[in-house]
Design a protein around this ligand. Sequence first.
Ligand SMILES: NC(=O)C1=CN([C@@H]2O[C@H](COP(=O)(O)OP(=O)(O)OC[C@H]3O[C@@H](n4cnc5c(N)ncnc54)[C@H](O)[C@@H]3O)[C@@H](O)[C@H]2O)C=CC1
Ligand SMILES: O=C(O)[C@@H]1CCC=N1
Length: 274
Amino acid sequence: MEHRKLAFIGAGNMSRSLISGLIQSGYPADCIIAANPSRPKLDALAADFGIRTTQNNLEAVTQAEAVVLAVKPQMMAAMLSELLAAGATLGDKLLISIAAGISVARLEQMAGGHTRIVRTMPNTPSLLGLGMTGLYARPHVAEADRAYCQHMMEAVGKTLWVDEEDGINQVIAAAGSAPAYFFLFMEAMARQAEQSGFSADDARLLVQQTALGAANMVAANPQLSLSQLREQVTSKGGTTAEAIRRFNDNGLDRLVADAMAAAVARARELERQL
Ligand SMILES: NC(=O)C1=CN([C@@H]2O[C@H](COP(=O)(O)OP(=O)(O)OC[C@H]3O[C@@H](n4cnc5c(N)ncnc54)[C@H](O)[C@@H]3O)[C@@H](O)[C@H]2O)C=CC1
Ligand SMILES: O=C(O)[C@@H]1CCC=N1
């Protein structure tokens, strides 16, 4: 991929995930700079990945051709207005937002009318190169900028473009927030396994290895539907059938639909507020 000079503003969990993936995929460390108000996360990034770091956003942006906006959504307006007030010229820089709940139109306003923006929604498994990222850009954004963002996110996982901006909010529900759903499910399973007598380590092993195996079964068998994979485990009159019946009787489908709809609703609410 093209190795543009790349700045990360905000050096939290997501920046770390993305930087780790980029470095592992061969992106030159000296092309990446991360900015954060406090030193500890910057020091860890410098030590782990050899990238450059600064506590000064302006310094990072000035050096960059592409800027990843990776602060919390609630911090975005203040961060960008401080940057502009400090004299940042965004000029021909590409801005890449990873923030939930901030529309491109709002980002354009916050960035002083700058319109060269790609909005993305990655997730934390990017840390392992197993991320899933949704991307959206307005029609005027150049093909080269779209390709750069896509390649950047492909360095840390898979990508999916959405045609309508609200698709990003659907990506949040199905992928951005979704690792936490699986963790929650695994927590519940591990807790139950512990209650049945396994040590915490053994309970985690049972759940972790099974989740890994199940996800790999899905990835390795594109010709099988998710239902077919489930049916392969479910012997007639057997144990799995009983467990699945309980999930269904207790409204798992409805619960999942409700939870995902709540994530979308919150993303839309943030878009109105921020
Ligand atoms: N955590 C996740 O799973 C995902 C998060 N996102 C988005 O990524 C963005 C960052 O989230 P996280 O990395 O989880 O948050 P985080 O809280 O771990 O990181 C944000 C970082 O920004 C720094 N920061 C605060 N104000 C700043 C400023 N004015 N200038 C520079 N840095 C500043 C903070 O010190 C912190 O290190 C958010 O907008 C979130 O919506 C997107 C997809 C998934
Ligand atoms: O919870 C959040 O708002 C962020 C966006 C997707 C995952 N974490």
